[in-house]
Design a protein around this ligand. Structure first.
Ligand code: S3P
Length: 419
């Protein structure tokens, strides 16, 4: 199969959530361009609206948000709905823990099963009160108010937990320090610094000294490297041609999948490298070459955690074995991604095996055929969508529409680059 074309994948999901939250908490009008108009980001916008912020409809065109200031949110009479979005729910938990009212937070079936204790624990230690109705999932009620500063040692390498604590410190006006077991995406830190807050990073420790206000800032959201990975993988697996993906965020905490694809043999190049609003961006040019299996080390996992479903599918087409360990966090994503990926690979005829904290895939070139059960997980649908786009494979996705969570135009972009 030949691939060709130039595309811009939608705005980065992590940065879109944060851009809306920081604009809402800012002390003036922030203009944001290139937001990701997807279901997860609509969940953040909806939650902020319910808390009294006038957030216009989210589109990738520039929108303006008038901030209400760090202490301007108002209680919502209705429950706050996180939808499918862990980032919305966990980051907003930090903000709500420091806001002097009670908020009941709900979510869809997948989000309701995901662990919230990891944010509830540090936020409770700071002085908020969390009530759970079932286990440590949603619904939960957060009783927020005055908090005290904290030094927290996170058990999981989680940017969501780190960001929740930073946001609680910011809104409550108390200093916080977070020690992580491994460095995770640092968008919150960069964006807070850009808005005048004293945030310091040293190794895997981040500390925040609050300020009186969060400055409003105009921002452009770079293209999402997690979404770009699907097209880098498609190009790597094609037989000829190349795909160019514009304006991709190349923050080093996010680019692990590109490093692994190159290690497997893919030809990737970066052009037009530049800085945009505190993040580096570049055009990614991806082309095919014979792929071989690789070992993905635990230390690499945080930089490619969301890309592991795609890398597993690439491994099914690479010569030899690919082994991933130290990725137990995959079990608490939108689905249990270790089991979802491995079961679906086996269902379509590939050779894959679960490990407690990862998986092993042995690649081959047999045609793959069968039905993929996504459990509503957008990244499972897109990873197997790429595998299904290869000649000879016949893969049916049970719920193709679930891509709306992070990449609503995925299927049309996919058909555009297949020559
Ligand atoms: C995200 C952090 C990661 C990632 C998620 C987005 C963020 O989750 O998997 O898709 O925007 O902070 P964890 O922090 O739970 O690892």
């Amino acid at each position: 199969m030949r691939v060709s074309g130039r595309l811009r994948v939608p705005g980065d999901k992590s940065i879109s959530h944060r851009a809306l939250m920081f604009a809402a908490l800012g002390d003036g009008v922030s203009r944001i361009e290139g937001l990701l108009p997807s279901a997860d980001v609509h969940s953040t916008a909806g939650m902020l609206r319910a808390l009294g912020v006038d957030v216009p409809a989210v589109t990738s065109d520039a929108i303006s948000v008038r901030g209400v200031g760090l202490r301007g949110l108002r209680a919502s009479a209705a429950p706050l709905d996180g939808g499918n979005s862990g980032t919305t729910t966990r980051l907003m938990a930090g903000i709500l823990a420091a806001s002097p009212f009670a908020s009941r937070v709900i979510g869809d079936a997948s989000l309701s099963k995901r662990p919230m204790r990891r944010v509830a624990q540090p936020l409770t230690a700071m002085g908020a009160r969390f009530e759970f109705e079932q286990g440590d999932g949603l619904p939960m009620t957060i009783h927020g108010g005055a908090l005290q500063g904290i030094t927290w040692r996170s058990e999981a390498a989680s940017a969501q937990v780190k960001s929740a604590i930073l946001l609680a410190g910011l809104v409550a006006g108390v200093p916080v320090e977070v020690h992580e077991p491994a460095a995770t995406r640092d968008h919150s830190e960069r964006m807070l610094r850009g808005r005048g807050i004293d945030v310091r990073s040293e190794g895997t420790t981040v500390s925040l000294v609050p300020g009186p206000a969060l400055r409003s800032l105009d921002a452009r959201v770079p293209a999402d490297p997690s979404s770009a990975t699907f097209f880098a993988a498609l190009a790597a697996l094609a037989s000829s041609g190349e795909i160019e993906i514009e304006g991709v965020c190349t923050n080093p905490t996010r680019t692990g999948a590109f490093i692994v694809l190159e290690r497997m043999g893919a030809r990737l190049g970066w052009e037009d490298v530049r800085d945009e609003g505190g993040e580096s961006v570049a055009t990614l040019v991806a082309a095919p070459r014979r792929l071989v299996g690789t070992v993905i080390e635990p230390a690499e996992v945080p930089s490619l955690i969301d890309e592991l479903p795609m890398l597993a599918c690439v491994a099914a087409r690479a010569a030899g074995e690919t082994r991933v360990t130290g990725a137990a966090e995959l079990r608490v994503k939108e689905s249990d991604r270790i089991s979802t990926v491995v079961r679906n690979l086996v269902a379509v005829g590939a050779d894959a095996e679960e490990l407690p904290d990862g998986f092993v895939v042995r690649g081959g070139d047999r045609p793959l055929a069968g039905r993929v059960v996504t459990h509503g997980d957008h990244r499972i649908a897109m990873a197997f969508g790429v595998l299904g786009a290869l000649p000879g494979n016949q893969i049916e996705i049970d719920d193709p529409d679930c891509v709306a969570v992070s990449y609503p135009t995925f299927w049309s972009d996919l058909s555009r680059v297949r020559a």
